[in-house]
Design a protein around this ligand. Structure first.
Ligand SMILES: C[S@@+](CC[C@H](N)C(=O)[O-])C[C@H]1O[C@@H](n2cnc3c(N)ncnc32)[C@H](O)[C@@H]1O
Length: 212
């Protein structure tokens, strides 16, 4: 992995720190919601797949059989846990330590890119999404699960206030506007599906079609 800037290195260190307790901390919300949303997301995945920010590999059990997946993460400790999960579930996954903001792949090679709860953590999310735009095929699809800042005034304010705490303790932001970030990265947002309130969303984006 190329040298990280200070902010990305901080993110790497934070996730390295929480890697051993990450699954335990997320267990309640995973059981209640996330696992259902992951299953639904991965039923739409096909072709050559890139998973960005694979973390401890919580999506791996939902990879359809025979799917060829490359999975990257900035944190070596999270990635190691992902590798263990792949071994347990018997799924073939090619892992690489990589920054979403500097993907070491050629242009337009993936049919599907998946990222779940990742662009809340990537230090420059627009840069990361631009990289997804670069490596996705012209007819490819980008599938995301994300939590974003609520549009409700009080809830949104509360998220702003609590954000420094979640960043420091866990490494993720709770007040990102990922829908706008997707558009600012030059992608077209095809669908925005609210999963829980207006905070948890399933998002489908594609590269912008050039007009010739
Ligand atoms: C909240 S966790 C989500 C992990 C997993 N996708 C899931 O659904 O459980 C965010 C993950 O994104 C990774 N991450 C953060 N910034 C990244 C970057 N710039 N490039 C690649 N991975 C990154 C973190 O190391 C962490 O594993």
């Amino acid at each position: 992995m190329q040298l990280l800037n200070q902010k990305s290195d901080q993110t790497r260190k934070r996730y390295n720190r929480v890697a051993t307790v990450y699954d335990l901390m997320e267990k309640p919300i995973e059981m209640l919601f996330f696992r259902h949303w992951r299953r639904q997301l991965f039923s739409q995945v096909k072709g050559r797949v890139l998973e960005v920010g694979v973390g401890t590999g919580k999506n791996i059990p939902y990879y359809p059989k025979g799917l060829k997946v490359t999975a990257v993460d900035i944190s070596e400790k999270m990635l190691q846990n992902g590798q263990k999960r792949a071994a347990v579930t018997g799924k073939t996954v090619q892992f690489a330590l990589m920054d979403a903001q500097h993907l070491a792949f050629k242009d337009e090679i993936f049919d599907t890119i998946v990222a779940t709860f990742v662009f809340c953590s990537v230090s420059d999310p627009v840069e990361g999404l631009k990289e997804l735009n670069r490596v996705i095929k012209k007819d490819g699809r980008i599938l995301l699960l994300e939590h974003v800042k609520s549009k409700h005034h009080i809830m949104g304010k509360l998220m702003d206030i609590l954000n420094p705490l979640t960043v420091k303790m866990m490494g993720f932001n709770i007040n990102r506007d990922t829908v706008t970030n997707i558009k600012n990265a030059g992608l077209s947002l095809i669908s925005e599906n609210n999963l829980k309130g207006d905070v948890f969303k399933e998002l489908l984006a594609v590269p912008c079609k050039e007009i010739s």
